[in-house]
Design a protein around this ligand. Sequence first.
Ligand SMILES: NC(=O)c1ccc[n+]([C@@H]2O[C@H](COP(=O)([O-])OP(=O)(O)OC[C@H]3O[C@@H](n4cnc5c(N)ncnc54)[C@H](O)[C@@H]3O)[C@@H](O)[C@H]2O)c1
Length: 437
Amino acid sequence: MKIGIVGLGFVGLSLSSVLASKGYDIIGIDIDEEKCKTISDGISPFFEPELENLLKNGLKKKLEISNDFSLIRNCDFIFVTVGTPQNTDGSINLSIIKKAVSIIGENLQRSKKKPIILVKSTVIPGTMKKNILPILEKKSNKKAGKDFGLISNPEFLQESTAIRDTKFPHVVVLGGYETEFMKKAKKLFIKLHPNVPIVITNHQTAEMIKYANNSFLATKISFINQLSNICQKIPGANVDDIAKTIGLDPRIGKLFLNAGPGYGGSCLPKDMKALINFANTTGVTPTLLNAVEDVNMKQLEQIISIIKQRLGNLTSKRVTILGIAFKPNTDDIRNSIAIELIKKLQKRKVIITIHDPKAIKNTKKFFGDKIKYANTIVDALSESQCVVIMTQWKQYEKLNNNQFKNMKKKFVIDCRRMLTNKQLDVDYFAIGLGKEN
Ligand SMILES: NC(=O)c1ccc[n+]([C@@H]2O[C@H](COP(=O)([O-])OP(=O)(O)OC[C@H]3O[C@@H](n4cnc5c(N)ncnc54)[C@H](O)[C@@H]3O)[C@@H](O)[C@H]2O)c1
């Protein structure tokens, strides 16, 4: 049995490496030739814990990486894991996935196999039936359900734990028609993940499940952020104690209740926007989802207004940002809230220095020489008038008076409450803590 995986980003490369390390015969395909070469050399193009070891291990077994799409003609299963970014109006941009399935279709025409195509990319409800299926049938001159299987198989992994999530998903969703292809796919997943619930439903429900998941997570974050703003007005109140306690209620659950500067990353903001846009096209006004986004944007505005309150006019003021990656243990800065903060500060002519243990290279690609980059925390803080801790990297927990001593003005904004228990000789503001009078 041969498995093809088309699109070797966070989702596709994690899946390729996990399956290959288990001994499956895998062909990983990406349109980016340079990327294919890097991966073939056993180097991951992005930082993800455990990934590179697993990739090297897979390459020693039956993992082949290529930009030659004709190799999928021999595959029994083909996973589609290409990106589905957003248009400027927030709607989903399907051009990448349409192109990918077109090439798959063309190759299907010359294939003697009856493969099962599983779409892992996040797509709005209706995309499989309205876009992907017609493209595949037209380009292959074959019939879905007869000559090939087509299944929606949304992915729920999180970056920074992508390998663990790929090995041990909490659920497998298979959307499509109850055909022999579906039975075969179910068999593969039972073998891969015994004891994991498998939900079989239709395409549009499977597509919607993914958006329900991500929009609920975004809602939890905006909920706790709104509460954290109220806590800030109650002397002595602590949002973490509240989050921990309500999280013990099994109806609520403890995850995604960390108050902070707002949600970011490659998925939540774009999926929220796509769902809002989609809801509007159906005639449903997504009042709650709009509010979730609004709270998220205001969280960032709040940080800027706190900096302004302390520093006054921001022109030529020096601000340090600690942490640019959208979460710790990744170098991914796509839609990171820290990037948004930098953009807003740049507009106010602030002199910005940043530090991040993994994401400096990606940030440089974005801002070039428009901001300063520091290799050490001490260098980042030197002469600064305000530091904002944005990402919860472990190393920022160890910040101490010695590191702050060369700041011109020792004003610390702690968006993650990492330093709350320390005796620090600084002017300290933490999101979600009400200052004692
Ligand atoms: N990153 C996550 O945490 C995550 C989690 C769950 C679901 N998803 C969804 O999974 C999908 C992939 O996300 P990602 O973060 O892995 O994306 P990514 O941008 O990291 O990777 C996509 C890859 O596809 C390649 N590609 C583009 N066009 C191609 C084509 N025509 N043929 C072959 N390869 C092509 C790109 O070169 C890139 O390597 C998206 O729909 C995303 O919303 C992502």
